[in-house]
Design a protein around this ligand. Structure first.
Ligand code: 5RP
Length: 251
């Protein structure tokens, strides 16, 4: 078969490139497929989870979902859900949650997560830990070889009382992993205060932490530490949206 130089060559046009926010929305909408009427839902925090909450509000408004109770993981999500007329409750009234949907900052190959760069790790961990199913929604940039691997922060929520003391103890415990610690600052350079009135100390790690459960125990043993942002063995499903399409990873 010989083609003539003159014949028009059909070069397929490249697929349109999706923005990161479009990928987040695709993952979020896919997760909302798991939502059924009469469920108690953990509502996540962040720019990816926001799309899921918007979608749940839309389906309620269209009567395609009924009798949903949402448990928000932050004050910000609470405000968003209220603006969408999603009925809300809390863990005291609903200690068992059917399904939580939330974003993540990092996901490792075993579906362990880093969360909390948005500052809501404590409520997220309480609510998502009380969930029968926890669906994580991310774009492909969040996938890492090991937690801390993106070289961005691994957050630790600490009580404000003598937080510098706690931060120094944290640095000592994590020294072997080339850890630097910095207190999280807000937009105007003030110390960032969580919804629970605490501070966040961000850890920046040079090395792989190895056995995460050992590291987790070491951090949680430090007086002054409230919680850390490593969510180990908590995700049931991770939905990853990328230029390749959508991948669903199940535990
Ligand atoms: C907030 C979180 C967020 O889920 C995480 O930071 C991901 O955020 P985004 O969806 O905006 O990338 O843990 O505390």
């Amino acid at each position: 078969f010989i083609t003539s130089d003159k014949s028009p060559i059909n070069i397929p046009s490249p697929p349109p490139t999706l923005t990161q926010d479009e990928l987040k929305r695709i993952a979020a909408y896919k997760a909302v497929d798991y939502v059924k009427s009469n469920m108690v839902l953990g509502l996540g925090t962040g720019s990816t989870a926001k799309h899921a909450v918007d979608r749940i509000g839309e389906l309620l408004r269209q009567n395609k979902l009924k009798n949903i109770v949402g448990i928000p993981t932050s004050k910000k999500t609470q405000e968003q859900a209220l603006s969408l007329n999603i009925p809300l409750s809390d863990l005291d009234s609903h200690p068992v949650i059917d399904l939580s949907i939330d974003g993540a900052d990092e996901v490792d190959p075993f579906l362990n997560l880093v969360k909390g760069r948005g500052g809501s790790l404590l409520r997220e961990k309480m609510i998502e830990g009380a969930s029968k199913k926890f669906v994580v929604i991310v774009d492909e940039t969040k996938m890492v070889e090991h937690l801390g691997g993106s070289k961005l922060a691994v957050p630790v929520e600490v009580v404000p009382f003598c937080w510098k003391f706690t931060a120094e103890k944290l640095r000592e415990v994590m020294e072997g992993y080339g850890c630097e610690v910095k207190v999280r600052l807000g937009e105007e350079g003030e110390v960032f205060v969580t919804d629970n009135g605490n501070y966040i100390v961000d850890m920046y790690l040079e090395k792989d932490m190895g056995d995460l459960s050992v590291v987790s125990d070491e951090i949680l043993r430090l007086p002054g530490v409230v919680e850390h942002g490593m969510f180990l063995d908590m995700a049931s499903t991770v939905i990853v949206a990328g230029e390749f399409g959508v991948e669903i990873k199940n535990k």
